[in-house]
Design a protein around this ligand. Structure first.
Ligand code: PLP
Length: 345
């Protein structure tokens, strides 16, 4: 299979915008920049950011053991996902496959791009129904979205099943690893070169504690990354984000510390939630949140909100009857949550 055959004709033919800084090398003190109509007075952000984010990608390349040519950065993974739609899906013609209950943005982005969504529900226990997925595929199916660990259920999806889908689907398989740092399972990153149709997305919004900066990462074959680079907005990652993330990446032990703390808090929270009388079921989680089935989700959600604690009611989602999705907070947050749960009737 040649992934370039999956790309929209207009995108394949597209000549990208050549930004003033496309041949940006390391900014040298010797250059005088009179090419981009910037304001010359230095306030730290008066220059356009590096459109190729080379410093940041070099650091990521080392840490993730992936070549720079296999990395694309987006304004959050939401932008990355949108770029994937725009690269591969012809509006009003192609379709994508999503696996409810799952992350809501796949469907929203499909709707924005006027792309049909085919839904194949996960099996009870929140795992992949490979046969049904394969049956749902049509000639116009371009992308299959797999979220692992899955949001909102929190579990990892079966690796053999994913591998099967990667081999049998002649389209793009996106594995959304937004929560991978919290997981016991390995990332698919080290399998990138085994599957030309694999795209992995990760984010700095969760384990890296930088949701406010908006940085999502995308790893794929060089061919796919080249296509996505052609259609991304030239300056999609701002200078402050590039600088801040670079600083943070130079202290990798911080992420590990946060993850370890959050995972131990998750265990503590599970033990305490287990003793709350109206908690009916706790779903096993490989992420930084827990899907909790209660007696009456609407009522409990409101009671918590009245006491200033905001959770996510996922009851309307398939297999999530009366379920709240609760993020693991700080030790103080979690104590407050448990105290409140034990105080409401
Ligand atoms: C939180 C989350 C993201 C992150 O999106 P950003 O745009 O990077 O903040 C991506 N995918 C899933 C499944 C998520 O839950």
């Amino acid at each position: 299979m040649n992934v370039l055959d999956l790309v929209r004709d207009n995108v394949r033919a597209l000549k990208p915008y050549a930004s003033a800084r496309d041949d940006f090398k390391k900014r040298s003190k010797n250059y005088i920049y009179l090419d981009a109509n910037e304001n010359p007075f230095n306030n730290g952000v008066n220059r356009y950011p590096d459109p190729q984010q080379l410093d940041l990608k070099s650091m990521l390349s080392i840490q993730k053991e992936v070549s720079v040519a296999q990395i694309l950065l987006g304004n959050g993974s939401d932008e990355v996902l949108d770029l994937i739609f725009r690269a591969f899906c012809n509006p009003n013609k192609d379709n994508v496959i999503i696996l409810p209950p799952t992350y809501g943005m796949y469907e929203v982005l499909a709707n924005i791009n006027d792309v049909e969504v085919k839904k194949v529900n996960l099996l009870p226990g929140f795992d992949l129904d490979v046969d049904k997925i394969l049956k749902a595929i049509s000639a116009c199916s371009k992308i299959l979205f797999i979220c692992s660990p899955n949001n909102p259920s929190g579990n990892n999806l079966n690796e053999t099943a994913i591998e099967n889908l990667l081999l049998k689907f002649n389209g793009i398989v996106v594995i959304d690893e937004a929560y991978i740092e919290f997981s016991q399972h390995k990332s698919w990153l080290n399998r990138l070169n085994d599957f030309p149709n694999l795209i992995i997305t990760q984010t700095f919004s969760k384990a890296y504690a930088m949701a406010g900066l908006r940085l999502g990462t995308c790893y794929a074959s060089r061919e796919i990354i080249t296509i996505l680079n052609k259609i991304k907005p030239p300056y999609n990652i701002n200078s402050l984000t590039q600088e801040t993330v670079l600083k943070y990446l130079s202290k990798p032990s911080l992420v590990k510390q946060h993850v370890t703390k959050i995972l131990s808090e998750k265990d503590r929270l599970l033990t305490m939630l287990n003793k709350v009388p109206f908690v009916k079921k706790l779903y096993p989680s490989d992420a930084n949140f827990i899907l909790v089935q209660v007696d009456d989700a609407q009522k409990r959600h409101q009671q918590l909100a009245d006491k200033g604690i905001i959770t996510r009611n996922r009851s309307c989602h398939y297999l999530c009857d009366n379920c709240l999705r609760i993020t693991v907070g700080s030790p103080e947050d979690n104590n407050e949550l448990i105290q409140t749960l034990n105080s409401i009737k």
